[in-house]
Design a protein around this ligand. Structure first.
Ligand SMILES: NC(=O)c1ccc[n+]([C@@H]2O[C@H](COP(=O)([O-])OP(=O)(O)OC[C@H]3O[C@@H](n4cnc5c(N)ncnc54)[C@H](O)[C@@H]3O)[C@@H](O)[C@H]2O)c1
Length: 300
């Protein structure tokens, strides 16, 4: 198994899950936001430092693997807005490089980490809901999805797209961004100041990183032939204001200030996954609960 971006937040948990299940794993990562400390030393793990925008050498890394899990990306809306050129280089050109290497070396399956940011509809979205991203990040993911659909149609490689919702469970800051759940917990325990962009009525679907890793394992083992798209979320909506309240209640007597900042452009209002297809076809059901996580992390 080859895991691009395997040294990152989600990637490292996916790698740990694959090793636990007996797979040999090769990681390709440029360590721009990933960290070697996220990865164990393991006899079935090899790590290559490589930027996926550089096609040279990728074929050697990809050759002979059962599947490629493509996670390497510029993974946030603000970073992609700030550097549009780099966002397209990594999130689109990088996918093209990986796809070509797979074609030239006979790889049978690619699992791609897409995002809820591809959707335009507000509310509960299924895989057939309209796609029309609000952000550069969402566009890069949608273009990459289309490239993979063509890869399947034209070259017969099985392509599985996971549209992942908002992931929490990052235990240390590292070089990447924390995500709102872990940011609120960190801020509550340090400065005591939670920053909400806009009115806090934005609704999100939060899923724990270990549930995502489980979904990836299911996708590797259970996804059928062809081009498949799955939402990976909890299926439950929580507003940012509710999340702030949960963190506030959990830290108990400590004083928490909630401040409201101007809303961020490109912020989707309401984003919740219909997860019935992943349950039906992959047998994936999220197990971990947001409230329990917040209580364990912030309540201690
Ligand atoms: N975190 C979320 O809430 C979330 C939600 C939906 C989708 N995703 C997707 O999941 C994937 C992983 O995201 P994450 O949150 O773990 O982010 P992350 O920043 O922790 O991981 C990204 C990894 O890719 C590596 N990388 C970046 N550019 C690279 C390049 N040019 N060449 C090689 N490696 C490169 C980084 O060093 C890092 O290890 C991304 O594709 C992201 O778009 C994340």
């Amino acid at each position: 198994m080859l895991a691009t971006g395997g040294a990152g937040f989600i990637g490292s948990r996916v790698v740990a899950k694959l090793l636990e299940h007996g797979y040999e794993v090769d990681v390709v990562d440029d360590f721009s936001t990933g960290d070697m400390d996220n990865l164990p030393t393991h006899p079935r793990l090899r790590v290559f430092r490589h930027d996926i925008t550089d096609a040279g050498g990728l074929e050697d890394m990809v050759a002979g693997v059962e599947a490629v899990l493509h996670m390497a990306a510029i993974p946030t809306v603000p970073e992609c807005e700030k550097n549009v050129k780099r966002a397209f280089e990594v999130n689109v050109k990088g996918v093209e490089n990986i796809a070509k290497a797979c074609v030239n070396t006979g790889v049978k399956r690619v699992v791609f980490f897409s995002s809820a940011a591809v959707y335009s509809a507000s509310g509960v979205v299924g895989e057939e809901s309209p796609v029309k991203p609000l952000s550069v990040y969402g566009y890069t993911k949608l273009v990459a999805e289309e490239m993979l659909r063509c890869l399947n149609e034209q070259k017969g490689i099985d392509t599985t797209v996971l549209r992942i919702f908002n992931v929490y469970g990052r235990l240390k800051l590292g070089k990447g961004s924390l995500g709102v759940v872990d940011q609120f917990i960190a801020d509550a325990l340090s400065t005591g100041c939670l920053k909400i962009y806009g009115d806090g009525e934005q609704v999100r679907d939060f899923i724990h990183v270990d549930d995502v890793a489980e979904a990836v394992l299911k996708a590797v083992e259970m996804a059928g032939r062809g081009h498949r798209v799955y939402n990976i979320g909890s299926g439950e909506g929580v507003s940012i204001a509710e999340l702030a309240q949960l963190v506030q209640q959990t830290v108990g007597t400590r004083k928490i200030n909630v401040i409201h900042l101007p809303s961020r452009p490109k912020d989707i209002k309401h984003s919740v996954a219909d997860v019935s297809k992943a349950a039906r076809e992959l047998g994936f059901r999220p197990r971990l609960n947001l409230k329990t996580y917040v209580q364990q992390r912030a309540g201690g």
